[in-house]
Design a protein around this ligand. Structure first.
Ligand SMILES: *Cc1c(COP(=O)(O)O)cnc(C)c1O
Length: 556
């Protein structure tokens, strides 16, 4: 009898454990679908009241904890000068008129004090535009003054002309690795890189370049919200992963890249350098990609190069395949301007999208002719990038589309803060500082975790993926790792790290990164905080070890 009861109890126990494990597996699956960002919100809450009473260390966010001051001072100064220009035509109470072009260059020179650092920068920036970019000095100043005042709709709505020249020079200096494309690239400034992505997907779908049932390839692991765009927006796209792994230093292996050779694959979507792994594609992979495109010449490549300036000797996919590639860049990270919402889309004037539009079936063309004829007399000839602009305001409000003009000026000033140094043949001290800052944090973290840092040129070091399973095994052995996998899901581990130790890290599998990985951002805490994160992580693993049977057995 007693035996039977014991047996029953044991059976129930096994059953409950199995059910609990199945529940946990289901929860883990759900979490992967929810995405890394939503999971972190929960840990942020737990960390606030952590058991150890430690100050919270949140290395989840990609938002940098630095800002660029030069462009901000220059923006204020330019606004001041511009208001003065407006007051020359009307000045009553708080009301002024509109600026006049005539003599604006001479008045600007008279207003700038060469002994003042901000004035000297503005003068150097304007001189660079005139002397190196060949822009008309008075025309540039009139555009800058009107734009910073923000008293006119953006015109042309896609991009102010001088802004386009400046942004093109910036992209070429920072992302093209020597390729000369600025004169043949068109730019559409947007409300950040996120808006750029949404606009592009919307226009590709609306223009029937991506249809329901089409296959698109996504380079994974990737920034989670991006994985969700094709799925959530009812575009009906089928996505295939072109994955990279730690074994390949997060570069894309040849077999993975070969998936793109199939003409079934209409578009390829990547973040380069990647997020979360933070690695740039190697030259070898860029070359292989060129060969892939020879086999699938209609492939539309969409690359987000927001971290481009953090990798050494970076070269964008746009630089090697300009006609197939839509480039997205954002100022958010490098310059600490996430609240400004400033980014851009760049496309070559000869591009695959325009070619595909011309080759659409007559039925699709007739539909699109109808769509765009409300804003242009020649809808067939409307370039894809202009359609992106029109679609960003549901076509009908095309005439009020475009990024706010003060935001365009701020982008000009950020770009010029780099260009004046590059033009003088020197190194940009701001970009140097940003790179050195994340490098120091990364180095400290790796050392504290007992890991070998990867200082290769491809590593942007803005984030790092850390394999907690590998750490646990190295420190406490394979049996402990088995225990950890059995007894704690990764979400439970991250919850414990938050609720017991006040540390918030991000869930790697939420980015399609492997089991056991966490993403640590090097952008938003100070160097010593990363040493402390490593210490607390080991403190938790120590506690786990003590809880584990092996720990108990060894202690006995
Ligand atoms: C942070 C980030 C951006 C920036 O987006 P914004 O909307 O410009 O702030 C873009 N792409 C990736 C992959 C990012 O991680």
């Amino acid at each position: 009898m007693m035996k039977r009861i014991l047996c029953l109890a044991a059976c129930l126990c096994v059953l409950f454990t199995a059910v609990a494990r199945a529940d946990r597996a289901a929860e883990e699956q759900l979490m992967k679908e929810i995405g890394a960002f939503e999971i972190t919100a929960e840990q942020r809450e737990l960390a606030k009241t952590n058991e150890a009473g430690y100050p919270v260390l949140d290395a989840g966010r990609g938002n940098p904890n630095w800002i660029n001051t030069q462009a901000r001072y220059a923006f204020t100064r330019l606004m001041n000068f511009a208001v003065g220009e407006c007051e020359r035509t009307l000045n009553e109470g708080s009301m002024a008129g509109q600026a006049k072009r005539e003599g604006i260059g001479a008045r600007f020179d008279a207003a700038m004090d060469p002994a003042d650092a901000t004035d000297a920068f503005l003068t150097a920036a304007v001189n660079y535009c005139a002397d190196t970019l060949g822009l008309d000095r008075d025309g540039l100043l009139k555009e800058l003054v009107d734009a910073v005042i923000g008293g006119y709709y953006p015109s042309p709505s896609r991009c102010l002309p001088n802004t386009e020249a400046i942004l093109n020079a910036f992209l070429q200096a920072t992302l093209y690795g020597g390729a000369d494309l600025s004169a043949r690239t068109n730019v559409f400034p947007t409300e950040g890189g996120s808006a750029a992505m949404v606009y592009i997907f919307e226009a590709l779908s609306h223009n029937r370049l991506l249809k329901k049932g089409d296959t698109i390839a996504i380079a994974t692991p990737i920034f989670t919200p991006y994985m969700q765009i094709p799925a959530v927006k009812d575009y009906g796209l089928v996505s295939v992963d072109v994955s990279s792994s730690a074994e390949e230093d997060w570069d894309i292996a040849e077999e993975e890249l070969a998936k793109l050779e199939s003409p079934e694959v209409k578009a390829f979507f990547l973040v380069n350098p990647s997020n979360p792994a933070s690695r740039a594609l190697s030259e070898k992979t860029l070359e292989r990609l060129c060969r892939v495109v020879e086999k699938n010449p209609d492939l539309i490549i969409l690359t987000d190069d927001v971290y481009g300036t953090f990798a050494k000797d970076f070269r964008s996919v746009y630089a090697v395949l300009p006609e197939n590639t839509i480039l997205v860049y954002s100022f958010s990270k490098l310059y600490g301007v996430t609240g400004w919402r400033i980014g851009l889309i760049a496309m070559h004037e000869d591009n695959v999208c325009d070619r595909l539009l011309a080759g659409l079936p007559e039925e699709d063309k007739a539909y699109l002719r109808g769509e765009y004829s409300i804003v242009t007399t020649e809808p067939d000839a409307m370039p894809f990038l202009d359609r992106v602009v029109a679609d960003s305001r549901s076509i009908g409000l095309y005439h009020t589309s475009g990024l706010s003009t003060p935001s365009q000026v701020f982008m000009d000033l950020l770009a010029l803060s780099h260009l004046v140094y590059a033009d003088a043949g020197g190194e940009d001290p701001y970009i140097r500082l940003a790179n050195d800052t994340v490098h120091a944090r990364y180095t400290a973290l790796m050392k504290a975790l007992g890991l070998t840092p990867d200082d290769s040129a491809a590593n942007a070091q803005y984030y790092t993926l850390v394999d907690v399973y590998a750490l646990a095994e190295a420190e406490y052995g394979a049996e402990f790792l088995d225990w950890l996998r059995e007894e704690r899901t990764q979400i439970e581990f991250l919850n414990d790290l938050a609720s017991r130790k006040g540390v918030v890290l991000m869930y790697g599998p939420g980015f399609s990164a492997p089991e056991g990985t966490v993403r640590i951002s090097l952008a938003n805490l100070n160097t010593e905080d990363y040493v402390e994160i490593a210490r607390r992580l080991f403190e938790l693993l120590d506690e786990y070890y003590a809880e584990s049977e092996i720990g108990l057995a060894n202690a006995a």
